[in-house]
Write a new protein. Structure first.
Length: 557
């Protein structure tokens, strides 16, 4: 796809187009006509707007300088107050009747993204652009990973990267997927499948490392050997336990043991309760002997006389005294009798307890010579060993499960690598352009080649190294070579190259690049100081699609 037009639009208080920039085939120069750089007229911001329309998330970098950390408050407020949006028009040809794709992005906070006037969330926005521009219906690779190869600007700083063009840390296997797609080293669907498996492999390796760290595993064999040692200890403990018990008797009484122990416990509790009751009765009898409970006879006499006034008593006073004495004696005799009964009950309970213990001694203890402590100690050791064995078996099982999944997926990935086909033929076709263009521009023959491990692609040349200017030139040469290669191989990809900061490129190199651009099917969109292109005979006025100055800035404020 080509870039046809970029518009800046104010939506408040009324809709108004602030600026329209029309693009063409070949050279597209965005010029800063200021006498010196650093005037912030908007040449780099123009490229940032293209990037934002193509899915870049950080819309604030329109008015925020990442290098200086300065914020253009005037521009920021203007964008917010006027609800500024940018609109990018793409198409497959420059035919006037060609179907176009309109991408609209609101630059103000919480603004929306649209494709052909339909609002999109970020995920759907990227997925639909992936389909439209790269014909990828399912990720990976992702749209933003791919498009950075064609829009070489870094919203936070100048981008001097080359093959490793994404501006954040990314794994080599991701770049393998990207270059597999860009150079069609393997089928797109197979590449997508391979990338998904590599992502899964990466996550499984992370999970395995976390699992090893959590369980303090340095080597799984050490855990296996620990399990073997514990199983040996369990066998030894069981043998020691059997040596203390009558194993044949244990087999017959295992189900009875709980019933007998419960009966034994009940009798013991009953005996303790009886002893407590006996002690209380004994205390009552003891206190009765030391403290007479007979009522004072003078009190009885007074009570008797007062009662006699109101009724005719059939008993005399001596009968009352005798009755009181008999009552006290009867109470004392009652407790004596109760104590005797309690002693008899206690005796019977003891006899039952002794009989139960005598008859079921082996069942209750399950040990010879009453070695209870040793038996309980062995039981505790055996319980702890069994619990530890279960834990280790679970750890080993989970570890081996993760490891087997990793081995299986890695095998599938390796099978895809083996069946890639003639990859070198694709790179050879690319190098036919890359070497030709680099010889023309830099005077040296550069070529790309595939690596077996690590980063997938490397560049070599016959020279001694690259200066800053040469780097910029080689980036352009590489991208122009890819434009020619992808055209020949009918690879669906952008037909535009967006590049910032080419001031460091030598004038002669720039002239040769313009010559190449004008000879192939692509758009070369760059932001540059006007001073840099003066005297370049290859550049025409028609190539200057936008000229900005201190008096005519991008947003016209």
């Amino acid at each position: 796809m080509y870039i046809r037009k970029l518009s800046i639009i104010s939506n408040h208080p009324v809709k108004e187009v602030i600026r329209e920039i029309f693009f063409k085939m070949g050279m597209n120069l965005i010029l800063d006509n200021s006498e010196k750089s650093g005037n912030n007229v908007g040449k780099t911001t123009t490229l940032k707007l293209i990037d934002i329309c193509l899915g870049a998330k950080e819309r604030k970098y329109v008015y925020f300088d990442a290098d200086t950390k300065n914020e253009n408050i005037t521009l920021k407020n203007y964008i917010i107050d006027n609800k500024i949006s940018c609109e990018l028009i793409l198409s497959n040809t420059f035919d006037a009747n060609e179907n176009k794709v309109k991408i609209t992005v609101d630059l103000f906070p919480k603004g929306k993204r649209y494709i052909n006037n339909e609002a999109q969330n970020q995920t759907d926005f990227d997925d639909k652009l992936n389909q439209l521009i790269f014909n990828i219906s399912s990720k990976p690779p992702s749209f933003r990973q791919l498009i950075r190869k064609f829009v070489r600007i870094n919203q936070k700083s100048d981008d001097n990267k080359f093959l490793k063009y994404i501006d954040f840390n990314i794994r080599n296997d991701v770049y393998v997927s990207l270059y597999n797609f860009l150079f069609k080293l393997i089928d797109t669907d197979i590449n997508s499948q391979k990338t998904k498996m590599e992502n899964e492999l990466h996550e499984l390796n992370k999970s395995l490392n976390s699992f090893k760290s959590l369980n303090q595993i340095k080597n799984i064999d050490s855990i296996i050997q620990e399990l073997n040692a514990i199983e040996t200890s369990i066998v030894t403990s069981n043998e020691q336990l059997l040596a203390l018990t009558n194993s044949e008797h244990f087999k017959h009484t295992e189900k009875e043991i709980s019933v007998i122990k419960v009966e034994y416990t009940i009798l013991k509790d009953r005996l303790e309760q009886l002893e407590y009751e006996k002690e209380r009765i004994s205390n009552i009898i003891k206190n009765s002997k030391g403290d007479s409970r007979l009522v004072d006879q003078s009190i009885l006499k007074t009570l008797y006389s007062e009662t006699e006034i109101f009724m005719d008593l059939s008993k005399d006073f001596n009968d009352l005294v005798n009755f009181n004495e008999q009552l006290t004696k009867n109470k004392f005799d009652f407790y004596i009798n109760e104590l005797e009964k309690k002693n008899q009950t206690i005796q019977r309970c003891k006899e039952k307890l002794n009989e139960l213990f005598s008859k079921n001694k082996e069942i209750i203890m399950l040990i010879k010579e009453n070695n209870i402590e040793e038996y309980n100690k062995l039981q505790l050791i055996l319980s702890n060993l069994t619990e530890k064995k279960g834990e280790l078996k679970k750890v080993i099982e989970l570890y081996l499960s993760l490891e087997n999944k990793i081995i299986f997926i890695k095998k599938l990935v390796d099978e895809i690598e083996v069946n890639k086909g003639d990859m070198s033929n694709q790179i050879t076709k690319f190098n036919s352009y890359f070497t030709k263009y680099s010889q023309l521009v830099a005077g040296e023959s550069y070529f790309a080649y595939l690596n077996d491990d690590g980063f997938p692609l490397s560049i070599k040349n016959a020279g001694t190294g690259l200066g800053t200017g040469s780097k910029k030139a080689i980036i352009s040469i590489f991208d122009l070579a890819y434009a020619s290669f992808s055209k020949e191989m009918a690879i669906q990809s952008p037909r535009f190259i967006v590049l910032d900061v080419i001031e460091s490129m030598e004038s002669e190199s720039l002239e040769k690049i313009v010559e190449i651009v004008n000879s192939i099917d692509c758009q070369y969109i760059v932001a540059v100081l006007n001073e840099k292109i003066k005297g370049n005979n290859k550049i025409t006025e028609n190539d200057k699609i936008l000229e900005l100055s201190k008096d005519d800035k991008l947003f016209k404020i």
